[in-house]
Design a protein. Sequence first.
Length: 454
Amino acid sequence: MKTNKKILSMLMLAGVATGLAACGSKSDNSSGGKSEDGQIYFMNFKPEQEEAYKKIAKEYEKENDVKVKVVTAAAGEYETQLKSEMAKSDAPTIFQINGQNGYNTWKDYTLDLADSELYGHLNDQSIAIKDGDGVYGIPLAIEGYGIVYNLEIMQKYFDMDGAVVKSIDEITNFDTLKKVTEDMTAKKDDLGIEGVFSSTSLASGEDWRWQTHLSNVPFYYEFKADDIDWNDNKQTSEIKFTYSDNFKNLFDLYLNNSTTEKGMLGSKTVNDSMSEFALGHSAMVQNGNWAWSQISAEDGNVVKSENIGFLPLYTGMPEDDTQGLCIGTENFFCINSKASKEDQKASLDFLTWLYTSDEGKKHVIDDLGFIAPFDTFSDEERPSDPLGKSVMDWDSNEKVNSVPWAFTSYPSQYFKDNFGANLLQYAQGSMKWDEVVKNTVKDWASEYKNTVSE
């Protein structure tokens, strides 16, 4: 199994020479434009992008005289709300799925997009969701996540007498990160922070940074060691949680050096965590490149764009020193196959406009902050936000390997919710770590049997 090293540079550049030729043979839904009698209902997965999509929808409505409805599910409630909306007569015409397992759930509602112009513009068509010769999900962005740091606070620590290291570049593994973190905690009053890390949000629906994103690292290494293709459901019917102690390493570091006491974490949200970072109450926070819009928009934000960057999720693996960020894609656009032909065309026209027109691409870069995987974006059309730039810089670093997003293999949202609930009990001291591991292995197998294998 290969890592996703240099995935961004390949996706951004590989299709430039061939993309224009490809689009000439595709269907006629090019460059958006007015779609007669069609309407668009977009079901959005990410709450943090709700305002951006509403802005885009308003502009598109005005320019193209077509109705665009955007509905955003609450955090952790997307699958439940999508099922409810799909049962209605005015169901979503555009929706999102989470990798191959998402397709397994929604394949009866996905239109084949193999002949669409949008698919023709995809730099690496192997990353689309396919079934036989059909294409049923097109990735909307390539993203990356890790530990976001505020260099102004970090530099204040580096300049102190007795600092463990003198530069952010010296933090290249878990052992060093742990020593730095614990020393910063001892000096937190002098640094003017409440904790090194922002709150480990463990409220229901707010725990995805741990039960999905952090756990991706040990599960990726487990799949790699066992030569498992995580896109093959038969190969991922069970897990061993081989590197559970590595997960615990970083999770404990977050818990023990936080702005918030462990007993209070069950009420903390991602918004709380990001607000603490934006206001300078913490020096670091785990999140992805999508977080910059949230940080920069926080009233009272003190984090300057030139002082923000990423560290990888170091967990104490032997590969720490050559590990980069977690870079990949999990969200895929789908068109509802049960919608009217007019609504299908209007919806595909909208997505094509978003990723091919000058106006749409500007929204993708500036408002959504996406690293777009389409040949319509030149290498110069990079994200303007500092975290997006940092993702691309990490990916182009020849000395490290990006960690692919293996969490698209997770059997269900229910599995992830149970995992998160167990992590909360562990944080509060009501569950031993061995029990968390045992429950996670058991829940994976049972959820695979109940959902994936149906």
